[in-house]
Design a binder for this molecule. Structure first.
Ligand SMILES: [Zn+2]
Length: 55
């Protein structure tokens, strides 16, 4: 069971999915997918992997 990163609902994989940074995310509806595609970074938080501000 995958988790819809937009609304947090549990969703079945393989229906409405999107790939972002080599990871697959699945959604409960097209609406959620559209929101995600608009601004994936908003919904995907790489926890504990903060890059330092320096180059
Ligand atoms: Zn959703």
């Amino acid at each position: 069971m995958a988790k819809d990163p937009v609304c947090g609902m549990g969703v079945k994989e393989g229906q409405i999915c999107s790939t972002y940074e080599d990871k697959k995310y699945c959604f409960c509806s097209k609406t959620c997918k559209e929101s995600f595609d608009k601004d994936p970074a908003k919904y995907v938080k790489s926890e504990g992997k903060k890059k330092s501000g320096c180059c």
